[in-house]
Design a protein around this ligand. Structure first.
Ligand SMILES: C[S@@+](CC[C@H](N)C(=O)[O-])C[C@H]1O[C@@H](n2cnc3c(N)ncnc32)[C@H](O)[C@@H]1O
Length: 554
């Protein structure tokens, strides 16, 4: 499969963007409308990256939304009259001025460029799409969201492998991160590695100011175009990692960083050096570098939500790499929570990311690429690669001076000591949870901070309440009275299942806020003849854990 060379990014020309917005609105070019036009079968196929049924259905429709979807999502060149009818205010010439379409075929080369128009068999010129402009819909606390997002044409539209400077549209990882990000009203937000800007757009709905950074000029141009098209104000800056925000602090940092671990060779293009996803570093060192400086950019009370991959060399200690990366954060008083959602072996990982870049097992580059990946992992004794979430939280009372190149850094040892060392929590949570996870995770982070300074005596004196979504599940051998297994099962959040014995189940069952935890434990021990000291020693860590997971509230 050839590699598609992306064209020059779209231009922000305000009057033409206003006309485009009017046309997209009039055409009802929304996710809902496209779903209606496609129907279940074509939509399902499209989600499996098979565009054929969608092309077939949309080709029979003159609906302006169908025309726009063919052109800008499926990458189909269309006769000029059809496009003129779908873009009456902007016109095809206006779309060409914005850099959205070519009036002649696109030549692949050092940058896709428009060649001279050639009339089709019917005498009409064909309009060729230069980028993907897709509708996006979501719902948040502020209501329904309907945006249009500009990115490079996908592999599905071009039939070609992705270029290193490709700008991604909204993908699964983007949506995962959006779902993890707290949406409470906040002050300053940073979207690091913003790509086409989806996280920044979401943040604009609940933040006073959004800064979005990227190394890629093309990505920033797409983000600027998308922001202008949707009437959203973003502070866009170019640079690597935290360079563009030196000396600044944020209340929320959100990042889907270029975390994909890629073998490095002298010839990056041939080896699959994809800026849009791997950041050009060896192994998983980009995250190590980022997490060294990121905590210093968190304002008191600030949070960071990131996705990441990490190398696992010892399956007994899958979090060794994130733990090492986060030592600086912990020393700076920042709490960290690392959640591994899944892991892959080196061959699975290489296959996943080769395919993601549009290189399939029929591509002549496949064998060489997979071999390079396997050798790269073998060189560092990597047996698995973890994928998950990294959440940071600087509690309100934690000290951190404004970071600045001119100021002493924590590494020089000259910073004031934090009020306490941060807490690190690592866990494997296979499921993706139910509903929005953001509120659940933020509450967990707050509880981690609260418990760090709450003594056992204070905990015993607290009136705890079992969460409403927690039920008890008992497994019994048929005919037996005593359960062989008791589980506490959560409905919301990560829908966790926690094994419990009679003591824990009885204690949690009685936590309705009437008695203190100490009184409940005393009563359960009196009823069951359990030793009170031994019961407390067992139950206190278990209850702390249930508080963090939201199964019990304080
Ligand atoms: C996986 S994409 C994320 C895009 C978008 N934020 C999302 O959630 O869909 C990673 C982005 O990081 C950018 N990037 C790569 N190396 C970078 C670096 N050293 N510093 C900042 N951004 C970088 C890429 O250009 C790309 O836009």
């Amino acid at each position: 499969m050839p590699t598609h060379t992306p064209p020059a990014p779209p231009r922000v020309l305000p009057a033409l963007i206003t006309a485009l917005r009017a046309d997209l609105t009039a055409a009802r070019f929304t996710s809902g409308r496209i779903e209606e036009l496609l129907g279940e079968v074509a939509l399902g196929a499209l989600r499996r990256e098979n565009p054929v049924p969608a092309r077939r259905i949309l080709a029979t429709s003159t609906d302006p939304a169908a025309v726009l979807a063919q052109l800008f999502t499926l990458g189909v060149a269309l006769p000029r009259p059809a496009v003129e009818a779908a873009l009456p205010q902007l016109s095809v010439d206006g779309a060409a001025q914005l850099g959205l379409v070519c009036l002649g075929p696109i030549s692949e080369g050092t940058g896709s460029t428009c060649t001279s128009p050639i009339p089709g068999a019917d005498g009409n010129l064909l309009v060729h799409p230069l980028l993907d402009l897709s509708p996006y819909s979501a719902t948040d606390d502020a209501g329904e969201i309907t945006w249009w997002i500009a990115s490079d044409l996908s592999e599905l539209a071009t039939g070609a492998a992705l270029h290193p400077e490709h700008v991604l549209g909204v993908g699964g990882a983007s949506l995962t991160l959006a779902r993890l990000t707290p949406r409470t009203p906040t002050g300053r937000v940073l979207d690091l590695g913003c790509g086409g800007g989806i996280q920044a757009l979401h943040a604009s709905r609940h933040a006073e100011h959004v800064t979005a950074t990227d190394l890629s000029e093309r990505a920033l141009a797409d983000a600027a175009f998308t922001a202008a098209l949707n009437g959203i104000d973003l502070d866009l800056r170019r640079g690597s990692l935290l360079e563009p925000v030196a000396g600044e602090r944020f209340d929320l940092i959100v990042s889907n960083p270029p975390f994909v671990i890629t073998p490095r060779t002298a010839d990056e293009d041939a080896s699959g050096g994809w800026t849009y996803r791997d950041g050009g570093r060896a192994g998983d060192t980009l995250l190590a570098e980022l997490l060294q400086d990121l905590p210093g950019h968190l304002a008191p009370g600030g949070r960071a939500v990131m996705l990441g991959n990490w190398e696992i060399t010892d399956v007994e200690d899958p979090f060794a790499h994130p733990t090492a990366w986060l030592q600086h954060a912990l020393a700076d008083g920042v709490d960290a929570w690392v959640i591994q959602r899944e892991s892959e072996d080196p061959a699975q990982y290489a296959e996943t990311w080769a395919r993601d870049g549009g290189i399939t097992d029929r591509d002549p580059r496949w064998a060489e690429l997979i071999t390079a990946w396997l050798e790269d992992f073998a060189a560092r004794n990597v047996t698995r690669i973890g994928f998950g979430y990294l959440l940071l939280h600087r509690p309100e009372d934690s000290q951190s001076p404004t970071p600045s190149a001119a100021q002493p850094t924590a590494r020089s040892g000259a910073r004031p000591a934090p009020a306490r060392r941060g807490v690190l929590r690592t866990e494997v949570v296979p499921g993706t949870g139910s509903g929005t996870l953001a509120t659940h995770l933020a509450a967990g982070q707050d509880m981690i901070a609260r418990l760090a300074t709450l003594s056992d005596e204070e905990l015993l004196a607290s009136r705890l309440i079992r969460a409403e979504d927690v039920v008890e599940r008992r497994h019994l051998t048929p005919g037996q009275f005593d359960p062989m297994l008791i589980e506490l099962v959560q409905g919301a959040g990560f829908a966790r299942t926690v094994p419990a014995d009679q003591l824990l189940a009885a204690t949690v069952g009685a936590l309705d806020g009437t008695l203190t935890l100490g009184q409940v434990i005393g009563a359960v021990c009196a009823l069951t003849d359990a030793d009170a000291d031994a019961a407390q020693a067992q139950l206190l860590p278990q209850i702390r854990e249930l508080l963090i997971t939201g199964m019990v509230t304080l």
